[in-house]
Write a protein that binds this ligand. Structure first.
Ligand code: SF4
Length: 176
């Protein structure tokens, strides 16, 4: 039997940089430096859906966790996660080892250890309108909205998985 019985669950853009907010992609397609060791060691990859692309499209602005932390977006996250969570449960019940979930630190949605904070919204007519928000924005400790919802859905099914993250500037080392 060839199958490894080992799987990692990864944020969508780690396998498809084209989903990222323009012009944030630091790699053309797959973030190989983060995933090569899993691929070479026979792991299967489950690609999570991208909550931001499916909610606001590819021409969305970069936003903060405060802006995404809204009941409708949380509901959207749960809606698009249901099939993946079913698949994780089915694989787990069948004896497969789901090694971890790998998110993207700094993302308002997929951050695990770090998320994005600061922008609050409003009409933008000049750079001065948003300059104070930009100065206050940045990475803060905490998970993104999508990862919070995924954790909660897994917990409801008594599935406990380690959550790790990629720092895209140093993708070789996953962060616990
Ligand atoms: S929402 Fe998540 S999957 Fe989508 S681009 Fe951002 S980090 Fe990647």
């Amino acid at each position: 039997m060839q199958r490894s019985g080992k799987v990692v669950v990864v944020s969508h853009c780690l396998l498809n940089a084209n989903a990222k907010v323009k012009p944030l992609a630091l790699y053309p397609g797959v973030l190989c430096a983060a995933l090569n060791s899993f691929i070479q060691n026979g792991f299967g990859l489950i690609q999570l859906p991208c909550p931001e692309t499916s909610y606001l499209g590819i021409n969305r602005w970069g936003m903060s966790k405060e802006q995404y932390d809204h009941p409708n977006f949380r509901q959207h996250c749960r809606n698009i996660l249901i099939h993946t969570v079913n698949q994780i449960e089915a694989l787990s019940v069948s004896g497969c080892e789901i090694t971890c979930v790998i998110g993207v630190d700094g993302s308002p949605s997929c951050g695990v250890n770090l998320t994005s904070s600061g922008l609050t919204g409003g009409v933008i007519k000049t750079f001065e309108d948003i300059e104070p928000q930009i100065k206050k924005s940045g990475s803060v400790k905490g998970s993104g909205v999508f990862m919070e919802e995924l954790k909660a859905m897994l917990q409801k099914r008594n599935i406990s998985l380690p959550f790790k993250a990629v720092d895209e500037h140093h993708p070789e080392n996953l962060i616990d």
